[in-house]
Design a protein around this ligand. Structure first.
Ligand SMILES: Nc1nc2c(c(=O)[nH]1)N[C@H]1C(S)=C(S)[C@@H](COP(=O)(O)OP(=O)(O)OC[C@H]3O[C@@H](n4cnc5c(N)ncnc54)[C@H](O)[C@@H]3O)O[C@H]1N2
Ligand code: MOO
Ligand SMILES: [Mg+2]
Length: 716
């Protein structure tokens, strides 16, 4: 170890100091305690100030304990009392992998010697990964006293916690460090009855490493032992080690880790719907390609201005007939004659306008009675250009018909433009291919003819998710059901899917080629049960990185997002795994909320240049935003709020025919209506109402934000 100094960080938790950093005095008080120690032991502390907010506290600690800038000792100050806003222990406790009650005892004993009010402090102490974390009181005096009570032991504790380098430290700097800190160097691992041989990381040790970590910035080798279903109860999580993120934080991470889209050349057909155009497209042909009539009637030669030539009023011989599909060359129209013409047909040379058949009367027919010989035109007002479309007036040759970032919709306009101009192929962003896997021993193929028994459940997630993805226009691969017996089946299926080998679908007996899966969606197995294998499999077996494992939302709390460093031969891109909760409503809600924005980014939505130049009638447009569209809706009735999590309440939004406004009604209230197991809460739903946490309810008539999942129909 080149540098034997221990790295420290101070997290000041205070609403006041976060607004006015100069008001903080704790950082200086604690820093002076470190500098008063023997030189060479501690690096000068890094200081950060955050408000009394759980997520802010957790984020700062995870950055230090999990990040590349590893910190040996993390001290927090403040938020450990009984006041409502004191929630530092609640923020820190779930992050601790190994608790250290002895340190708490030491701090409290020292404080109690000074003031009986020390019993009102709720400190937390322990190790996350290799960092030691202590929560100190908020007062500079109290914080300093607590730190001083432990400081002589802390180098020793930090070195033990760091584990990885303890042998190097023993050989080199540790004795010096400990001597300087006033601690007798002890072979501490033996002393505690642990292995003396201490590995570079905590893999493979069964001693109290009961917690896995969300380790956004560390390599798999650094990761501590995860939840291990094969091990006994003391190796299972009792509190989730994954920090609870807000939905916005989760979406930001998804966006950051979703690769940029790739470009492919695709034929112009129905499969193009849902693709985003990757380059500006120019018309190779003009529409119409000739001067065409827009009505059924008679091609005429109209005077440039009244009196500048013979009027169109009067009786004219009918020289010829032109139909829309005429081939060959047309005979020029002789002055003083007219030609019968149908809508869309080319005008004969010389003709410059068309008289509508309604403005004419038949005067005479040919002797055989089959054709018109003479027709009287009843209007003299026909002007040149009337009832005709000039060549290229719909689509000019060489004009821009679509531009990079345009979505090819099911409305048909974009496909229409491409088809009309004879465009055979178009460059679009490749649609990501999505593999969908259900997990769970209890699951039975949905159409299995046998009667279900015991704890069996029909797999509804795979059919519902695959249908939803298909309706969005994304190709899917059915990955079947992975049993969650810890035999490696889940790992094998995921590996095969990532590698692109043939995938066995359990239940159906069919094999399917998963050659190009970009995203894997799994459902189930992400919460706290001992058979919830997704997170440990992703982290330990597949070497993936879990970017988040819990989100403060209802339903969908255990939603997990990870990347796997599998290099696609062609593209060298990471694969994404969305491990969604097993509850059927949770799975569909999180598919809409988290997977869709990622698919949208992969398919190129949001790539627009910003100005729509292809059509002069259209104003500048903003790039299309990924994810569900947001609108404001009025509640048709009150809805109770969740006190803690933002609820994504399933609702039916209709457009009122009487006032034109959007109204929302719940798909189910009461204890059961929105339960995450109740997939029926999504039946007929076209929106998710975003209801922030709060006390009581949001009342009838309130305006709330809605995320639209389906189209809006008219109501009363
Ligand atoms: N101690 C705790 N328990 C639970 C917590 C928690 O925080 N602490 N979170 C709860 C929440 S919230 C959810 S959501 C669920 C998530 O569960 P998992 O993702 O682990 O899913 P499973 O345990 O495998 O299954 C849950 C439930 O869903 C049914 N399921 C699973 N897959 C399907 C499918 N393909 N089709 C139909 N139904 C399915 C499964 O049978 C279970 O009933 O965890 C809570 N627990
Ligand atoms: O978050 Mo879970 O999805 O409530 O049931
Ligand atoms: Mg579970």
């Amino acid at each position: 170890m080149a540098d034997t100094k221990l790295r420290t960080a101070i997290l000041v938790v205070s609403d006041t100091a976060s607004q006015n950093p100069s008001s903080d005095r704790v950082a200086d008080a604690l820093t002076s305690t470190f500098t008063a120690q023997a030189s060479g032991v501690w690096e000068s502390p890094v200081v950060k100030i955050v408000p009394d907010k759980v997520l802010d506290i957790q984020r700062a600690i995870c950055d230090w304990a999990d990040g590349p800038d590893f910190i040996n000792l993390i001290l927090t100050s403040g938020g450990t009392g009984f006041a409502v806003k004191d929630n530092t222990p609640e923020a820190v406790s779930p992050l601790i992998h190994r608790h250290a009650p002895g340190l708490i005892h030491g701090m409290l004993a020292a404080s109690l010697a000074v003031t009986p009010f020390a019993v009102m402090s709720r400190p937390v102490a322990g190790v996350r990964n290799k960092s030691l974390i202590l929560t100190l009181p908020g007062s500079p005096k109290g914080a300093k006293e607590n730190l001083e009570a432990l400081i002589r032991l802390l180098p020793h504790a930090c070195i033990q916690a760091q584990g990885a380098n303890s042998r190097a430290l023993h050989a080199g700097g540790m004795k010096k460090l400990e001597a300087e800190a006033g601690v007798q160097s002890q072979p501490m691992l033996q002393q505690q009855g642990h292995h003396h041989h201490h590995h570079g990381h905590s893999h493979g040790h069964g001693h109290g490493h009961g917690h896995a970590a969300s380790k956004p910035h560390t390599s798999p080798a650094d990761r501590p032992q995860s939840n291990d279903p094969n091990a006994g109860p003391n190796r299972r999580y009792r509190s989730s080690p994954y920090p609870m993120l807000s939905v916005d934080e989760a979406l930001k991470l998804i966006s950051e880790h979703t690769p940029e889209p790739t470009v492919v050349e695709a034929p112009v057909d129905a499969a193009l719907v849902g693709s985003v155009v990757a380059e500006d497209v120019y018309a190779k042909e003009s529409v119409p390609a000739y001067r065409a009539s827009t009505v059924d009637g008679y091609a005429v030669i109209a005077p440039e201005s009244p009196g500048a030539g013979p009027s169109t009023l009067g009786v004219f011989p009918v020289a010829s007939v032109t139909h829309a599909n005429i081939g060959g060359t047309l005979k020029p129209l002789e002055p003083g004659t007219i030609a019968r013409i149908t809508t869309g047909a080319p005008l004969p040379p010389n003709a410059n306008a068309v008289a509508m058949v309604e403005d004419t009367v038949l005067i005479s027919s040919t002797p055989d009675g089959k054709e018109e010989a003479a027709v009287e035109i009843l209007t003299g007002e026909i002007k040149p250009g009337e009832n005709i479309r000039e060549p290229g007036s719909d689509i000019a040759l060489g004009s821009k018909i679509l531009q990079k970032g345009d979505l090819i919709t099911s409305v048909g306009g974009e496909i229409g433009l491409l088809a009309a101009t004879g465009t055979k192929t178009v460059k679009v962003f490749k649609k990501p291919c999505v593999g969908v896997l259900s997990t769970g021993d209890e699951l039975v193929q949905h159409d299995d003819p046998r009667t279900i028994q015991g704890g069996q459940i029909r797999d509804s997630n795979r059919p519902s998710l695959i249908s939803c993805l298909a309706a969005w226009g994304f190709p899917t691969v059915d990955l079947g059901i992975a049993r969650d017996t810890p035999t490696g089946e889940l790992e094998q299926i995921l590996r095969d899917a990532l590698r692109g080998v043939r995938v066995r679908k359990s239940g159906s007996g069919n094999d399917e080629l998963a050659s190009s899966i970009d995203i894997i969606i799994t459902t189930g197995g992400v919460s706290m049960g001992e058979l919830d294998l997704l997170k440990p499999t992703i982290e330990r077996s597949l070497g993936g990185t879990i970017h988040f494992g819990r989100v403060s939302m209802k339903p969908g709390k255990p939603t997990t997002f990870a990347t796997i460093p599998f290099k696609d031969q062609e593209r060298g891109k990471n694969k994404l795994i969305f491990a969604l909760p097993g509850n059927p409503a949770s799975a569909l809600v999180t598919l809409n909320l988290f997977v869709l924005p990622s698919l949208h980014k992969l398919v190129g939505l949001g790539q627009a240049s910003g100005t729509n130049t292809k059509n002069t009638h259209i104003c500048p447009t903003a790039p299309l935003a990924p994810g569900l569209p947001r609108v404001s809706v009025l509640l048709s009735h009150s809805i109770p709020l969740d006190p803690v999590r933002t609820e994504y309440h399933r609702a039916i939004v209709t457009a009122s025919r009487s006032d034109g406004r959007l109204y929302a009604s719940s798909t189910g209230l009461g204890g059961v209506g929105q339960r995450s197991s109740r997939v029926g809460s999504l039946a007929s739903a076209n929106a998710l109402l975003v209801l922030p946490p709060g006390a009581g309810e949001v009342g009838k008539g309130a305006l709330v934000e809605a995320l639209l999942m389906g189209s809006i129909l008219s109501g009363e």
